[in-house]
Design a protein around this ligand. Structure first.
Ligand code: CA
Length: 229
């Protein structure tokens, strides 16, 4: 079965260019030129992966993604404008698998498509729990609780917390965290990690009165052993 890609992009030149490259690579391709028709197609369940522009007529890409995620976990790669950091953060929080900044090299897009497809097909992780004091992170259940209360985290916040907990007492640089959380090198976008750390501190440290995540100046972040403070 060929892999079927849905391109939701109103800029016909870009959509056509990507379509031709994907056809050349052996993918099947369907295009939609606005958010509303794109969402209807994406919800049909016929596609293996969706390339989703953010600035779209009818419904913008983030709204398409928000609605799509109510019924579908199809891999989504966002096509974003340069410097639209908040769009990227919002998109990843809404459940996008990845994003690529326009203008992009087609080889990079093809690589990201392959990674997103592989991730989507990966078997579920074994049940496992990571703890820090009264905080408990359940990997397979993708849930976090503290003192019996649920802590709601976005996918990327959860991944960041998981990686920090798996590497207790090891200081991880922003670049390393970025690569581990996002799967590969998002060079130059390390401020994304600062945004997610801020979210985690709001949702955990401030709420429960912890000092769990430490900043190591000019290096990165670490979660120390509970006893070590
Ligand atoms: Ca557009």
């Amino acid at each position: 079965m060929p892999v079927h890609v849905l391109i939701i992009e109103d800029e016909e030149k870009i959509a056509r260019f990507v379509e031709l490259e994907l056809l050349h690579e052996g993918y099947e391709v369907t295009k939609a030129g606005d958010g509303r028709s794109g969402l209807a197609l994406a919800e049909s369940g016929k596609f293996n992966i969706v390339l989703l522009d953010i600035m779209l007529p009818e419904l913008n890409g983030l709204e398409v993604l928000r609605r799509l995620r109510k019924s579908s976990q199809v891999p989504v790669i966002l096509l974003t404008a340069r410097d639209a950091v908040m769009d990227k953060v919002a998109g990843l929080d809404l459940g996008a698998d990845d994003y690529i900044t326009k203008p992009f090299a087609i080889e990079e897009l093809l690589a990201r498509i392959r990674v997103a497809l592989k991730k989507g097909a990966a078997p579920a992780a074994k049940p496992q729990t990571l703890c820090w004091g009264e905080l408990e992170l359940n990997i397979s259940g993708h849930s976090v609780t503290c003192r019996g209360e649920a802590v709601e985290l976005s996918h990327r916040e959860f991944e960041l917390l998981r990686i920090l907990l798996e590497n207790k007492s090891i200081v991880l640089s922003r670049d390393t965290l970025l690569e581990k959380v996002c799967g590969y090198d998002f060079a130059g976008e390390t401020n994304l990690i600062d945004v997610y750390i801020r979210h985690l501190r709001n949702k955990i440290d401030e709420r429960f009165g912890f000092h769990m995540i430490s900043t190591v100046r000019s290096v990165g972040y670490v979660i120390k052993e509970e006893s070590g403070g």
